[in-house]
Design a protein around this ligand. Sequence first.
Ligand code: NAP
Ligand code: HSE
Length: 444
Amino acid sequence: MRAIRIGLLGLGTVGGGTVRLLHRNRAELQRRVGRAITVCCAAVRDPQRQRTCSTAGIRLYTDPLEVVRDPDVDVVVELMGGVEPAGAAVQAAMESGKHVVTANKALIAERGNELFDAARRHAVMIGFEAAVAGGIPIVKVLREGLAGNRIESLVGIINGTCNYVLDAMDQEGADFDVALQAAQRCGYAEADPRTDVEGTDAAHKLTILAALAYGIPLQLSRVHCEGITAISPVDIACARELGYCIKHLGVARRREDGIELRVHPALIPRRHILASVRGVMNAVLLCGNAVGDTLYYGPGAGAEPTASAVLADLLDIARAMSARAGQQVPSLAFQPDALLDTPILSASMMRTGYYLRMQVEDKPGVLARVAGSFGESGISIQAVQQKGAEPGARRVALVLLTQCVAQGDLEQALVRIRKLDVVDRAIVRIRIESMDSAVSCDPG
Ligand code: NAP
Ligand code: HSE
């Protein structure tokens, strides 16, 4: 049987890793699929640039549509990033009957609903395993491995760059910017690293995971999103003293009244298994109503871990092309006409505990006034810590951990507390994730 020929869009970190892996594992891949897989052409911005892989036998174009239109190409693998021109190229590939693989979470989260519709109309496959959690085959887990379950909750460390930066700050006392630059040098960060540290990349991934888990359309705009840019060494140190570490999480929880979708930094107990996820590693903790808790762990970014996921999709397509083509497994795990309109809850309804750090006047009665304001809002305090005042300073840091509370109630209490003349207006607020699997914290 003749080789399956790939047209690559992008030969950067992931594109280079994909070409290297196709060469290195050539014999093994052929044994799995029964035919060879070769790259015949690729699109890049700068054809003169030095590549991390051999480009022997690969025609280089600068226009992605030239790859799509190349008559030799059977499958288009999009590894450029960004919504456009990647989206137009993917659309054109499917219109010309070519299968697509992409690692582009921004494209899937923002345009996935229409792209999957186009894939059905043109009877082609679109694989996106590499778009979520790098080398962890989490899309396959949700679409196939746990298909017998009703998924109750999903909590994940799903941005390798954020985890790398927070871990370096926690373990080595690294500076935020220095750690971020190191993540960029390793090829972990997005072309614009604000996408990582402001939480957008994790929101893209959570959008995709939630659609797969709950059988709902992709709804990026409904994800509550916070990044890690406001996390300071002092909060990391306070959290450590209280037995917590700070992780950037993506959380999707089914509740009776809807689904919580949120991305934010959170304090998690240091003894919890997710606290030991270090560096660029990702982990996703899934709770299904049959299997209970299952944990998926692995590299969340980087050239070859991501290429591993790209190749898994390529192999699925190659196998289908060799047997009966078509969509055997629905793109979003559920039948397209069976997607639900379950409400996504507003941020004010989301319930977690909170870590709060505020500067207060160092005099008797202050703690009672702050605690009283929380009490008026029905919010219980779980722990209080007062940091010693610097010599000569009239203000001290007060750290409080609250019990579980709706975000709207907490915000009302903070409005009251900011009005106290003994408290500075700037209050650091980080969620505490209980890490209870199936249920969100008890509203009572
Ligand atoms: P990258 O290193 O910046 O590579 C992008 C490649 O696309 C480069 O080869 C670039 O050409 C080419 N390109 C970009 N725009 C183009 C255009 N308009 N026309 C032609 N070529 C164009 O990016 P990456 O890190 O490999 O990421 C690629 C995709 O994978 C993104 O969607 C990203 O979110 C996703 N992803 C990345 C990782 C990771 O660890 N890096 C992990 C999972 C998913 P030049 O080289 O000539 O500039
Ligand atoms: N920039 C992303 C991250 C790449 O750091 O997780 C993997 O999706």
